[in-house]
Design a protein around this ligand. Structure first.
Ligand code: DAT
Ligand code: MG
Length: 144
C-alpha cells in the first residue's frame, strides 16, 4: 500500500514501477481514503503500542493506494524493496531509503507474511474489487 504521504508526494507511480519492473504481477488496485475501523483492524497487532493512535490517524489522513501483488517470494522480496521500518536505517535503493526520513511517514506498507498478505487483501478489498488472476506475457522471461 502507498500510504497517504506517498500519494500526496506523487510517489505512487514510482512505487508501482519498482514492483512491476522487478517482475511481480499486479492483481488488484484501489485508491480510497480508509476509515478508522479499517486502519485499526489492519494494525490490530500494534494496538498496545504508544504510537498506535498516531499511526491510525496518519493512515486515515488522506487517500491511499492499496494493491495486491503476486509472484514467487513476493512478500519477502517486496519488504526488501521497501526497506527497513525506520527510513534512516533503510538502505539507499529501497523505497524508504530513497524517499523517507521518519518512521511515522515511511511512504509504504508491505505485508510481513503470506498469511498476513491474504488477511490484508481480504480486509482492504473484500468483495468490492476482484483480485484478478491473469497471465503475464513476460512470464517465460521471468522464470525458466
Ligand atoms: P513495517 O511497516 O515495516 O511492517 P511495523 O509493522 O513494525 O513496520 O509497524 C507498522 C507501522 O507502524 C510502521 O510502518 C510505522 C509505525 N511504527 C512502527 N514502529 C514505530 C515506532 N517505534 N514509532 C512510531 N511509529 C512506528
Ligand atoms: Mg508491518
Amino acid at each position: 500500500m502507498v500510504k497517504p504521504d506517498g500519494v500526496q508526494r506523487a510517489l505512487v507511480g514510482d512505487v508501482i514501477s519498482r514492483l512491476e519492473r522487478k517482475g511481480f504481477r499486479l492483481a488488484a488496485l484501489k485508491l480510497f481514503q480508509p476509515d478508522k475501523a479499517l486502519a485499526e483492524e489492519h494494525y490490530k497487532d500494534l494496538s498496545s503500542k504508544p504510537f498506535f493512535k498516531d499511526l491510525v490517524d496518519y493512515i486515515i489522513s488522506g487517500p491511499v493506494v492499496a494493491m495486491v501483488w503476486e509472484g514467487a517470494g513476493v512478500v519477502k522480496s517486496a519488504r526488501k524493496l521497501i526497506g527497513a521500518t525506520n527510513p534512516l536505517e533503510a538502505e539507499p535503493g529501497t523505497i524508504r531509503g530513497d524517499f523517507a526520513v521518519q518512521t511515522g511517514r515511511n511512504v509504504v506498507h508491505g505485508s510481513d507474511s503470506p498469511e498476513n498478505g491474504e488477511r490484508e487483501a481480504a480486509l482492504w478489498f473484500g468483495n468490492d474489487v476482484p483480485i484478478v488472476d491473469w497471465q503475464q506475457v513476460a512470464a517465460p522471461w521471468l522464470r525458466e
